[in-house]
Design a protein around this ligand. Structure first.
Ligand SMILES: [Fe+2]
Length: 251
């Protein structure tokens, strides 16, 4: 798998240079096993500390974003985020492209288990072409910024008919140093059962891979669909930045 290679290639972003380290801490098999069993997988150190700093520091720039969303204005929580515009910065484009391929295999298997018809082509460009033909053509990778008292309500990142079933969030800030509080949370709503919550432990540079909307779960009467939401608990102090990678585009 390409994303297992440990790379160190300089990439430009807002006139600065980023070292793209790639990932090496988890195998594709382990990623699939964790997703099947726990509903999420963590890729330790997916982004180097330097890249985390550069990305977070780039939040206040005008380029390369297409829009800024103040969450309280929409009832999404408190805090803000910016969507990147096309052409994406090289690092973002590369992360999105390389995450896609192993995740598409898991997504195809999951959709089969959940009896969802949608299937995903081998490359991200092929999938984006399908999204764009259906009118989902706006870039969805985003940077999020939270300050003291901010939080993100439980939600699902659905932007149209085409939904890639997995997404990635990378923590760019250092817990206990740059911020306290601000835990990444997943909830699982099972049919006719009470919801279950999972707090995902992340360090700076870690990526969490998690379901956008559903995941399959095996029960005594076969496989059923579990409804997933994600959010962030209140930030107690400092500032917290995250990079979000969503593989379908938006209308
Ligand atoms: Fe989200």
């Amino acid at each position: 798998m390409k994303i297992l290679e440990n790379m160190d290639v300089a990439e430009s972003f807002s006139d600065q240079f980023l070292g793209y380290r790639g990932f090496c801490a988890i195998s594709e098999v382990k990623m699939a096993q964790d997703l099947d069993k726990k509903g999420y997988a963590i890729l330790k150190g997916a982004i180097s500390e330097r890249d985390c700093h550069v990305l977070a520091a780039g939040y206040d720039a005008e380029d390369p974003y297409r829009s800024r969303v103040v969450m309280s204005r929409h009832g999404f929580g408190q805090g803000e985020y910016k969507y990147f515009d096309y052409p994406l910065p090289d690092l973002i484009a590369r992360l999105r492209r390389e995450f896609y391929e192993p995740l598409a295999k898991i997504g195809n298997r999951w959709n089969g288990l959940m009896k969802i018809d949608q299937r995903f082509p081998g490359t991200h460009q092929e999938y984006l072409d399908i999204c764009h033909d259906a009118g989902q053509s706006k870039a969805t990778p985003l940077l999020l910024q939270y300050g003291v008292g901010d939080y993100n309500c439980l939600h699902q990142d659905v932007y149209g008919e085409f939904i890639f079933p997995l997404q990635v969030a990378c923590l760019l800030s250092k817990p206990e140093q740059d911020f306290t509080g601000g835990e990444f949370v997943l909830t699982e709503q099972r049919p006719r059962m009470q919801s279950r919550v999972e707090v995902v432990p992340l360090d700076q540079g870690d990526a969490v891979i998690f379901p956008v909307r559903h995941r399959p779960k095996h029960g005594t009467r076969g496989t059923y669909r579990v409804n997933i939401r994600h959010g962030v608990s209140e930030i107690r102090s400092g500032k917290r930045h995250t990079l979000g990678l969503i593989f379908h585009d938006a209308q």
